[in-house]
Design a protein around this ligand. Structure first.
Ligand code: AMP
Length: 126
């Protein structure tokens, strides 16, 4: 099943390849539900991506089709990553780009965690 209006999952996307170990990443965390690694083009002193282990192409896809266990496991993992990186105090930003207007480039759902400096009210438009 695909979520209405969304493309099917593309197994060749770069994060799928990272999950399969075909491409290296600078891993910071991994458990049953999630993998977290440093963004290759960081936009803050700390810029980490957290991705679910399952094949979900976007936030829309994950929130609609993910099981309770996957969703809970993933979001708890993301919080743990931020905590482990020491971001809780003084704070950080969580962001998910979704689809064309959201500027999503990689079609595997991911959260961006930004931190390490004051980020202002919003991420500037690129
Ligand atoms: P988005 O625009 O939300 O899809 O974000 C995709 C992010 O993935 C961008 O911030 C890229 O810099 C990042 N990215 C792309 N390829 C890699 C890679 N091989 N390793 C780590 N981050 C990557």
């Amino acid at each position: 099943m695909t979520v209405s209006g969304l493309p099917p999952y593309d197994d060749t996307n770069i994060f799928a390849r990272i999950l399969r170990g075909e491409i290296p990443c600078r891993k910071v965390f991994e458990n049953e539900w999630a993998l977290a690694f440093h963004d290759i083009a960081p936009q803050a002193p700390i810029h980490v991506l957290v991705i679910p282990k399952g094949k979900y192409c976007s936030f829309a896809d994950f929130s609609a089709k993910g099981s309770e266990a996957e969703i809970a496991g993933f979001f708890r993992a993301a919080g743990e990553v931020a905590r482990d990186l020491g971001l809780e105090d003084p704070g950080y930003r969580v962001l998910a780009n979704m689809g064309d207007h959201g500027g999503q480039e990689v079609p595997h759902f991911h959260l961006h965690l930004f931190g390490g400096r004051s980020l202002g009210r919003m991420v500037p438009a690129g």
